[in-house]
Design a protein around this ligand. Structure first.
Ligand code: DAH
Length: 327
């Protein structure tokens, strides 16, 4: 009898109840009125001596309780699930997911890439950490050149000088060193300058750099491309070219755009100086090219009619949310 009891105990323990059907099978197997294992055992108990009947009766009654307990635990757990299922209303609309919007700087960047792709420009990313040669010297800005003062920046190391690039023109040098003309290239990214009084943010702004080198590229090609850019951005645009000076272009010009408030200077450009071409081993007798640089923040201010350039960097969601775009 001891053996039998142990076997029943083990079987109760091992029976796994996962469904209502399992729990019914379990109940019938042990407590079924005719063939339940425990029921039969109890019947057999009548045949043994009173003394033994008392001992085994106690044990078997405990096993009976165990069976009932196991069933009720399963049922109560399922009740919780049932309750949950009943409370769940599939008709309630889901929680909405907030969809962000592009930063106005990114929108303009993407627009410009799109505009230049249409006329065969390749987009390249440049590096923000530069050395002196790529940022200054190769662009015909020697060590004692006064224009370096206007482009003071963060130096990460001195001698050799490693710095945060002051303009995207350094991309010209990197690209021209690796590739042979003809090419048309656009690059947009962050540049760093120690500027407190300009309309830029304090030390960083975004710039777009474009350059085109081929045989017989002329100033009129440059004018045409700038005109194309401006009309693509503004629809109708009134622009003028003003003679200017940049160490890496000859001749150089500044482009002004006519706005409500009058002429606004928006970019620098010019024909790439033969000295720059020489620095990257491009034959300036065979090839010529133009280059231009545009401040993205300033252009965005005009396009979106934003009054304060600092809004670009405040990360105020109320401001940023207003910009939706197909990009
Ligand atoms: N690198 C100049 C600046 O940051 C902008 C510029 C002017 C770029 C003339 C050019 C250019 O490529 O031809 O002020």
């Amino acid at each position: 009898m001891d053996k039998k009891i142990n076997k029943i105990k083990e079987e109760i323990k091992c029976f796994s109840i996962k469904t209502y059907h399992d729990s019914e099978t379990f109940r019938i197997k042990f407590l079924g009125k005719k063939k339940g294992i425990i029921t039969i055992f109890l019947k057999e108990l009548k045949k043994v001596s009173i003394h033994k009947r008392k001992i085994y009766g106690k044990i078997i009654n405990e096993l009976k309780k165990e069976v009932q307990k196991k069933i009720s635990i399963f049922l109560s757990q399922n009740e919780i699930i049932n309750e949950k299922i009943q409370k769940y209303d599939p008709t309630i609309p889901g929680k909405s997911i907030e969809i962000g919007s592009f930063h106005p700087i990114s929108i303009l960047k993407n627009r410009m890439i799109d505009i230049f792709m249409k006329i065969g420009f390749t987009y390249v990313d440049g590096r923000e950490i530069e050395d002196d040669w790529h940022n200054f010297t190769a662009l015909n800005i020697p060590i004692d050149h006064p224009s370096r003062d206007m482009q003071d920046t963060f130096f990460l190391y001195k001698d050799p000088d490693i710095l945060l690039r002051t303009h995207t023109s350094s991309v010209q040098i990197r690209y021209m060193k690796k590739h042979r003309p003809p090419f048309r290239v656009l690059s947009i990214g962050k540049v760093y300058r120690n500027e407190t009084i300009s309309s830029h943010s304090n030390f960083m702004f975004h710039q777009a750099e474009g350059f085109y080198i081929d045989k017989k590229v002329s100033f009129s090609d440059l004018k045409q491309v700038i005109h194309y850019l401006m009309t693509s951005l503004f629809g109708k645009a009134k622009i003028r070219f003003r003679p200017s000076y940049f160490p890496f272009t000859e001749p150089s010009a500044e482009v002004d755009l006519y706005c409500n408030s009058g002429w606004v200077e928006i970019m620098g450009c010019g024909m790439i100086d033969p000295k720059v071409l020489k620095n990257v081993d491009i034959d300036s007798e065979t090839y010529s090219g133009f280059a231009f640089g545009i401040g993205i923040e300033r252009l965005s201010l005009i396009i979106y009619n934003i009054k304060d350039i600092r809004m670009f960097f405040d990360n105020d969601v109320r401001f940023l949310k207003q910009f939706t775009s197909e990009f």
